[in-house]
Ligand binder design. Sequence first.
Ligand SMILES: Nc1ncnc2c1ncn2[C@@H]1O[C@H](COP(=O)(O)OP(=O)(O)OP(=O)(O)O)[C@@H](O)[C@H]1O
Ligand SMILES: [Mg+2]
Length: 265
Amino acid sequence: MPLLLVDGLHVRYGAIVALRGMSLTVDEGEIVGLIGVNGAGKSTTMNAIMQVVRPERGRIEYNGASLIGLAPEAIIRRGVAPVMEGRRIFPGLTVEENLKLGAAIRSDREAIRADIERWCAFFPILGERLTKPAGTLSGGQQQMLAVARALMSRPRLLLMDEPSLGLAPKLVSEVFTLIAELRDLGMTILLVEQNVRKTLDIVDRAYLVNTGRVEFAGTPDEIRQQADLEQAYLGGGREAGGGRNASPSASRLPPPASARTSIRG
Ligand SMILES: Nc1ncnc2c1ncn2[C@@H]1O[C@H](COP(=O)(O)OP(=O)(O)OP(=O)(O)O)[C@@H](O)[C@H]1O
Ligand SMILES: [Mg+2]
């Protein structure tokens, strides 16, 4: 049984159909990538998992139980933590207050304090700035705070939506290093990224998403072997300015392999 199962998800915003049969699985201990051009439906998938947007139909199951209809807080209580697009930290609150908000679902004060120390050791800059307003942190530091805050809920599954977006190249590399380190700590991660090459370097599997559904799924090697496919998705980086026109022709592509079993078994 996968830790997360998304099956046949349909989401629309009024007349705009954002997801049309989105399906994916994430097994415990995996890092799974969700790759696609602007508007492909990646954030909508994340928001649907958190039930911030309600799907018209389809299944979302975490640890064997449906998440449909739950409040986002109830989903966080079950062990899912989002690091959503645009790092929504509270700039007027201190770094420490932001971290405590991440633990809002918990009441084990001593353990919360210990976790703050743990993540400040992991992200030393946060420890140094603990009593400073979060708004005084640099963009990269705020991203670290957003991740640390999500970790404060002690999640089993981390949902990360474009954690490297808007960061300087050096910081982008640091974010990818961080993700690999979190995997080594045993975290399970669903990662949305436009940085295709770096994503393929760290994920166990990835899904290529186009117009609201999976176009191809496989291991990084399998995806790299689809040279034209990788090329099409490589065009989607924001910095590269490829954007929406980089969409590949669906008819040339192999059928979705969303039911493919995990390479980790
Ligand atoms: N709140 C909204 N209201 C209306 N349409 C929306 C809304 N959010 C997303 N959409 C549309 O739904 C589709 C999927 O958007 P989504 O944000 O999920 O894509 P994405 O893959 O995350 O893109 P990006 O790479 O730009 O973040 C797009 O056509 C987008 O314009
Ligand atoms: Mg998005």
